[in-house]
Design a protein. Sequence first.
Length: 218
Amino acid sequence: MPDMNWGAVLSRYDLFLAGAAVDIYIALASFALTVVIGLCLASMSRGNGFSRTVSYILVQIIRGAPLYVLLLWVYFGVSQVIGINIPPVAAVIIALGIATSGVTAEVFRSSFLALDKGQALAAKSFGMTRWQAYTSVLFPQAIRIALPQLGNVFVMQLKGATYAAVIGVAEAVFVAQEISTSLFLPFEAYGALAIVLVLMAFTASFAFNLTERRLRIK
């Protein structure tokens, strides 16, 4: 069994931290995007027959598209069609935001369905417009219900952000690959990477659980 050389890898902890920061940035930005798209699709699913059908078809297409393929399509395909070079980080954010929006839409849809239908009628009886009822009555309650599952979506974003290494973004996986190649220490490099990713996911889950407890209706 070859000798382990964790010191050589751990001495480059600053590179892993920098890579992890890139992953966190990508995850946060793509999470914001997927929440917006998911809310739009969920709202469409509560509309008339045509909008429900369109929402259903879009959700199924998005859920069936692999993130890896979607990333290559955005970075290479869309860039060529529109004639603009999409920056690698932006391409990852777009692809990841779209790829998880199908799941996010279903999370919001089920959260709105869990609400008592009488609340919308009560808001209407108080003279609220549909938009006022949505923003002031329905959405604040739905987000509380959706929060645990949104935490799972964000963890998916953190893990999905590592695909950025495929197009040369210097995030955590890219750093581990460079260290593994230059030092010939794949076990230690990817072992350290695994620890970093697990800690990131644990911290994100803890933050969402804490937020959920604070927003819980007592």
